[in-house]
Design a protein around this ligand. Structure first.
Ligand code: NAP
Length: 279
C-alpha cells in the first residue's frame, strides 16, 4: 500500500502557483461570503484566509446575519459581480434554509464562480469545455495524476452524488475516459460495484463506510469524508483494516482535504485569466 500524500502534493502545486503569480502585475482578489454562524464554516474560511494571505491574494470576507433576505443577498452578489477588481466570489455553504441556495449560487457571474457550482460551469464540465471546476473534485484528479494512476479505461466507482464532490468528479473521470458508476443512498448492493472497481472514490460523510470486504485487491481508494468521531477526524473508509489490501489510499486527514483549498486558490488565478481573456 502506498499513501497518497495530499500535503506534499499541495506543497509542490503551491510552489508552481506562486511562480505563476510572480508574473502578475497585481495579485488576484477573492470575496468569501458567509451567512449566519456555522462553526465548521468558520474553520474552513480561516483555512482559506490563511492560504490566501500566504499567496498575497486580497482576501475580502463578508459576513451577513442569519436572517438576511434573499433579495438583499442577491444585491450584494451583484455588487461583487460588477466590480472589475474582483476575480473570485464564493459563498460558504451551507447557507440558512430560507435562502434558495441554487438561486443564490447561480447569481454569481460564472467567470467569478471559483467554487465551480453555477449551472454554467457545471454544464461546461459535462460538455468537457474549459471552465471553473469544483475544488475537491479537481483536487482528486490532480492527486491521481500526480501518482500516475491510470484513469483512461479504469473502472471507477464514485459513492456520493453531491454537486460539490460526487457529480463533478464522476464527470471529470468520464471526460478522462474512465468507465464510471455513480452510487448514492438509494443504490442497491454497493459492494457489487466496488468489488470490481480499479478506483473507488467515497464521499458519503459516514465514518468507516467502505470496508476491506467491499474492495478488490490493489484498488485505488480516495477517501473524501471528513467525520469527527470522539474528537478525532476520520474519513469514510475503514482505513486501518483496508489499507493493506489496496495499492493506494488517501489518509484522513492529509489526503484530499489539503488539495481543496489549494484548488480554490488556483481557481481564483484561473478566473483572473478567464476575465482578462474576455477584456
Ligand atoms: P452530501 O452533500 O451530504 O452528499 C452525500 C452523498 O452521499 C449523497 O449523494 C448521498 O446520497 C450519499 N449517501 C449517503 N448515505 C449513503 C449510503 N448509505 N450509501 C450510499 N450513498 C450514501 O456530502 P458531500 O458534500 O459530498 O460530502 C461528503 C463527505 O465529504 C462529507 O464527510 C464532507 O465533510 C466531506 N467533504 C470533504 C471535502 C474535502 O476537502 N476533503 C470537501 C467536501 C466534502 P443521496 O444523494 O441519495 O442523498
Amino acid at each position: 500500500m502506498k499513501l497518497i500524500d495530499g500535503r506534499m502534493v499541495r506543497k509542490e502545486k503551491l510552489e508552481e502557483l506562486k511562480e505563476k503569480l510572480t508574473k502578475l502585475q497585481n495579485k488576484p482578489n477573492l470575496v468569501v461570503i458567509e451567512v449566519g454562524n456555522d462553526e465548521a464554516s468558520k474553520v474552513y474560511i480561516k483555512q482559506k484566509e490563511k492560504l490566501a494571505q500566504e499567496l498575497e491574494y486580497n482576501f475580502i470576507y463578508k459576513h451577513f446575519r442569519e436572517d438576511i433576505t434573499e433579495e438583499e443577498l442577491l444585491k450584494e452578489i451583484s455588487i461583487w459581480n460588477n466590480d472589475p477588481l474582483i476575480n473570485g466570489i464564493m459563498i460558504q455553504l451551507p447557507i440558512p434554509k430560507h435562502l434558495n441556495s441554487t438561486k443564490v449560487i447561480n447569481a454569481i457571474n460564472p467567470l467569478k464562480d471559483v467554487d465551480g457550482l453555477t449551472s454554467i460551469n457545471a454544464g461546461r464540465l459535462i460538455q468537457n469545455m474549459p471552465g471553473l471546476i469544483p475544488c475537491t473534485a479537481k483536487g482528486i484528479i490532480d492527486l491521481l495524476d500526480y501518482y500516475h494512476i491510470p484513469i483512461e479505461g479504469a473502472d471507477a466507482v464514485v459513492i456520493g452524488r453531491s454537486l460539490l464532490v460526487g457529480k463533478p468528479v464522476a464527470n471529470l473521470l468520464t471526460n478522462r475516459n474512465a468507465s464510471v458508476t455513480l452510487l448514492h443512498s438509494k443504490s442497491q448492493n454497493i459492494s457489487y460495484y466496488t468489488k470490481n472497481a480499479d478506483i473507488v472514490i467515497v464521499a458519503v460523510g459516514i465514518p468507516y463506510f467502505l470496508t476491506k470486504e467491499m474492495i478488490k485487491e490493489n484498488a485505488v481508494i480516495i477517501d473524501v469524508g471528513i467525520n469527527r468521531v470522539k474528537d478525532k477526524l476520520v474519513g469514510d473508509t475503514d482505513f486501518e483494516n483496508l489499507k493493506d489490501s489496496c495499492s493506494y489510499i488517501t489518509p484522513v486527514p492529509g489526503g484530499v482535504g489539503p488539495m481543496t483549498v489549494y484548488e480554490l486558490m488556483n481557481n481564483v488565478y484561473l478566473a483572473r485569466k478567464l476575465q482578462k481573456n474576455r477584456n
